[in-house]
Design a protein around this ligand. Sequence first.
Ligand code: CTP
Ligand code: MG
Length: 235
Amino acid sequence: MNDAHAAPRSVGVVVVAAGSGTRLGADVPKAFVQVAGRSLLSYAVERVTQVAHLARLVIVVPEGHGTATALGDVAPVPEGTVVLPGGAERTDSVRAGLAEVGEVDIVLIHDAARAFTPVAVFDRVVAAVAAGASGAVPGLPVVDTIKAVDADGTITGTPDRAGLRAVQTPQGFDAEVLRAAYASGLGATDDAALVETLGHHVRVVAGDPLAFKVTTPEDLARAQRLVASWAASVD
Ligand code: CTP
Ligand code: MG
């Protein structure tokens, strides 16, 4: 591990874009929803292609969406980029992508819905894994007070906010660790949780408000304002 900083390590990125976007309620799958004339997926991939030491890009899209539809407005992508269909749940889509990521040292799993995540966030995640963590995820301090509740809505606890983080993607892992975690057959709500469950060391690095997930129509409006503000600052 001591030479981890010296040797650049190869990075594979799986962009999961196979969800339907039920909460957004658009007439196309969420990754293909347009913001200023471009798909959310295209914004996500544009950033991923700038990640240092990127060796392999895998894009997981809804069943029935071929490479042409998926990459229609995503150009250029690195040679060897793979587009493949996902599954019913996000974990199924991650599993499908992971199977095609090939021989890389570090794997990043990224939500297409977090289309505006700055490249610096990717770089921080990679750096933490390259420095020896089994996994690293971006996170932000929690601004609201979080309550634990039971099934009746009665509060059972108030965790100290100082020790909480709201996590984002990309979530990055030592490739062997992540493969073993997915092979274990255990289930978890996110990729980091699966790796944590197996007792590995997963770190939180600084996230970014721009890594917000487009989930609801309000989030899409935020995305539109964001891109419009960039266009205005260029003019
Ligand atoms: N995702 C996926 N395959 C699935 C479900 C989700 O690849 N079966 C991806 C989505 O495309 C998204 C990311 O996982 O980029 C995060 O999921 P989420 O924001 O929940 O997207 P959707 O599942 O599409 O939205 P919803 O839950 O509102 O239906
Ligand atoms: Mg979902």
